[in-house]
Design a protein around this ligand. Structure first.
Ligand code: SAH
Ligand code: SF4
Ligand code: F3S
Length: 443
């Protein structure tokens, strides 16, 4: 097994924060002399970066661990990272004794020492910092998977405690990086050829610069003003702290993308209160009106939970009417899933799953027709895409607009584009989830 010892396989589930954590974990392991391999079979160390946002996500982890059990006899070592690791902690060792490492995201800075312990044969290595940690996972070793578009975490953790959500328990308290550190990383990425940067946090609007130099909107503008940076995105915005200054920054800095993901969760103020979201329907719509009066048209997307405990037909109707009012460009909708540790778990989850599914289907159908109409408005426009690849069977190039819409396009056979290049495209056809167009040929 000696040849296998310094190889690892990593599988990742969950949100962008997890995806980016994995890039940092890979970088850290590589800096410790490990080599990443593409299959479990080839690996000495098998890592799984987990998500527990809904029950289904968590169940996936335990199914996968059951699969791993069969591989135990091959001398492989297993590690569980991420939100399920933090949530279940040392209980994972009992449930799956062949796991030798359990590490939550707030402890990744300790990974190098934990790896040494695993190599020394320690069977139960854990990193489970509680909510009180002030540390961020900052590393110079980030193995970004895309050479043109990359994430930067600006704030970790969450202090919002929405009544349904595990994140405050799995990711620790809110802690921001200094604006100098974020800008240094962005500058370094620009030097490496990155043109698109996405600033990440569970709640980017809660960003508080420890050095008090910049507000979130100012940081956003500064990243957008770096030479060679063409697109800056940010995710996720919480409506409570979403300030008008963000819209003003988008107005004045052209590289800031005209897209804001502003999850509403419900259109009913009564449900929002039970969710402890800290804003009303009216306050949410006020923020939407700020965006609608921006100079550029800002694309707005959202997350919605259906079937939250106590959600009546009338509450649900209010969510549907909010869709009509806002006219989102995309909605990620979920059936409410009761989660451990959260206040909502003790509420009566009386809405049957079949009714949750019905509401979800009604909502998605409505949203689909809204998107079809929204996308139809793009026909005839000229938009710039960042090229992501090519669909050879269809003979179409695949790209993304500044509003983060998928835009596929055709170009003369003698044209070829590198991934990450920017191309002007004339929109010819609209679908609910994508646009189609033709490359604009310069005269
Ligand atoms: N920080 C972000 C969301 C992170 S989780 C925010 O505040 O908007 C991503 C989405 O998962 C949430 O917006 C919510 O819609 C959904 N979600 C979170 N907990 C859930 C639960 N218990 N059941 C169903 N969906 C949930
Ligand atoms: Fe969860 Fe609410 Fe925090 Fe978002 S803001 S991560 S939904 S607790
Ligand atoms: Fe999942 Fe944790 Fe992200 S629970 S959604 S991986 S913060």
């Amino acid at each position: 097994m000696a040849a296998q010892q310094k190889t690892f396989y990593l599988e990742t589930f969950g949100c962008q924060m997890n995806a980016h954590d994995s890039e940092k974990v890979v970088g850290t392991l590589v800096s410790q002399g490990y080599r990443q391999v593409p299959t479990v079979e080839e690996a000495g160390l098998v890592l799984y970066n987990t998500c527990s946002i809904r029950d289904k996500a968590e169940q996936k982890v335990f199914h996968r661990l059951a699969d791993y059990k069969k591989l135990e006899s091959q001398g492989k070592k297993f590690g569980v990272l991420g939100c399920v690791a933090q949530q279940e902690g040392n209980k994972i060792f009992e449930r799956a004794p062949y796991v030798s490492m359990v590490c939550g995201s707030a402890s990744y800075r300790n990974l190098p020492e934990m790896l040494v312990q695993i190599e020394a044969g320690n069977r139960r290595v854990s990193g489970l910092d509680d909510r009180e940690t002030d540390e961020c996972f900052e590393t110079e070793f980030t193995a970004r998977t895309n050479p043109h578009r990359g994430y930067i975490t600006i704030i970790e953790g969450c202090d919002k405690f929405c009544s349904y959500c595990v994140v405050p328990f799995t990711r620790g308290k809110e802690r921001s990086r200094t604006s100098d550190s974020v800008l240094a990383e962005a500058r370094q990425m620009a030097d490496l050829g990155y043109t698109e940067i996405q600033l990440l946090g569970q709640n980017v609007n809660s960003y508080r610069d420890p050095s008090r130099k910049k507000s979130f909107a100012e940081l956003l503008a500064s990243v957008g003003e770096l030479p060679d940076i063409k697109r800056v995105r940010f995710m996720t915005s919480h409506p409570r702290d979403f300030g008008r200054d963000i819209v003003e920054a988008i107005d004045s800095v052209p590289t800031l993308c005209d897209h804001v993901h502003l999850p509403v969760q419900s259109g009913s103020t009564r449900v929002l209160e039970a969710m402890q979201r800290l804003y009303s329907r009216e306050q949410y719509l006020e923020r939407i009106s700020w965006m609608k009066s921006a100079r550029r048209e800002i694309s707005i997307t959202s997350d919605i939970i259906v079937g939250f405990p106590g959600e009546t037909d009338e509450d649900f109707e209010q969510t549907l009417s909010l869709l009509d009012e806002v006219k989102y460009d995309a909605v990620f909708a979920f059936k409410y899933s009761p989660r451990p540790n959260t206040p909502a778990i003790s509420m009566d989850d009386a809405i049957p799953d079949s009714e949750k599914s019905r509401r979800l289907a009604v909502l998605l159908e409505k949203q689909r027709s809204i998107q079809q109409r929204r996308n139809h408005n793009h026909i005839g426009q000229q938009l710039e895409v960042m090229v992501e690849g090519k669909n050879e069977t269809r003979g179409q190039w695949i790209g993304r607009t500044s509003q983060n819409k998928t835009l596929n396009f055709t170009a003369p056979a003698n044209c070829s584009f590198e991934q990450g290049s920017y191309v002007p495209v004339q929109i010819t056809t609209a679908f609910p989830n994508s646009l189609l167009g033709e490359m604009v040929q310069s005269a």
